[in-house]
Design a protein around this ligand. Sequence first.
Ligand SMILES: NC(=O)c1ccc[n+]([C@@H]2O[C@H](COP(=O)([O-])OP(=O)(O)OC[C@H]3O[C@@H](n4cnc5c(N)ncnc54)[C@H](OP(=O)(O)O)[C@@H]3O)[C@@H](O)[C@H]2O)c1
Length: 303
Amino acid sequence: MAQWTADDIPDQTGRTFIITGANSGLGYVTALELARHGATVIMAVRNAAKGASARDAILAAVPAAKLEVAALDLADLDSVKEFATGIVTSGRSIDVLINNAGIMMPPRRVTKQGFELQFGTNHLAHFALTLRVLPALEGRADARVVTMSSGLHKSGHIHFDDLGAIKTYSRTGAYSQSKIANVYFALELDRRLRAQGIPIKSVLAHPGYAATNLQSAGPTGPLAWLMVLGNMFMAQTAEQGALPELYAATAPGIEGGQFIGPDGRNEMRGYPTLVQPIERAKDPEIARRLWEVSEDMTGVRWP
Ligand SMILES: NC(=O)c1ccc[n+]([C@@H]2O[C@H](COP(=O)([O-])OP(=O)(O)OC[C@H]3O[C@@H](n4cnc5c(N)ncnc54)[C@H](OP(=O)(O)O)[C@@H]3O)[C@@H](O)[C@H]2O)c1
């Protein structure tokens, strides 16, 4: 996959993608490039006006783009249920679900159901969304679920005794926890799909460090200023940062359980390559426990 770029995306005509958070940053670039290569893209966004303006921007660049904007607020499991039910009951087929949306390092807040915002949005909502939407992927050739993690999963731990971060809240700790949860989830999903002989691939991606709205949407105070400097001097562009998820979603030969990240130093930038999660993120026992806890928290169960 030497220096794979968006120009290498195979023709996606006839394939339908759902992208969460498709109005901004990496999700926006992913929607744009998939549309450019013939895909139908369902842009799942929480803010209708932002969704419409992202759709218009893509249409300006790709007049033939096949785009739909749909309402999905990942901080509300009722919204996740409504979105997924709409997809499944419509009887339409989905080829790839890209669990892209995320929030990073805000002051402590909670979702509508009272879960800590980063764990609730980045992990629990995507867990529920995937399980609910999965029937729409069954039977599709080369169907995939791509889940966005982060290099920061490497400092993550699942605090089973305080998943709501009620005893202690650390903005960075909660973000890392949500991003290692993405890894446990995607790998456990891969094991369960394989065990049942369901040919849907669960694949992980991370972008390295890319300048997007992520660094300004959550952080406040001195952390926000640090992020401004980081974006100015260290970050790559969103176009480059989106390549691992585009590769995970479209490159031929991808296998379930693989993790795609950038090939540069410390996986901070570069072109897509195979990377490895940190060793403890591969622990199937923790993954199984997190899965069961996530089922209890969301009320959505593996069939
Ligand atoms: N950029 C990086 O360096 C970096 C590094 C590692 C991992 N990542 C991961 O990459 C993914 C994409 O992030 P990004 O960098 O593209 O950030 P971004 O520009 O801030 O985009 C994040 C997207 O998620 C959406 N979102 C946030 N909360 C949501 C909710 N409750 N319901 C629905 N959508 C919601 C945002 O919607 P609004 O526009 O309405 O807020 C936005 O569309 C995230 O999972 C992030 O953790 C990014």
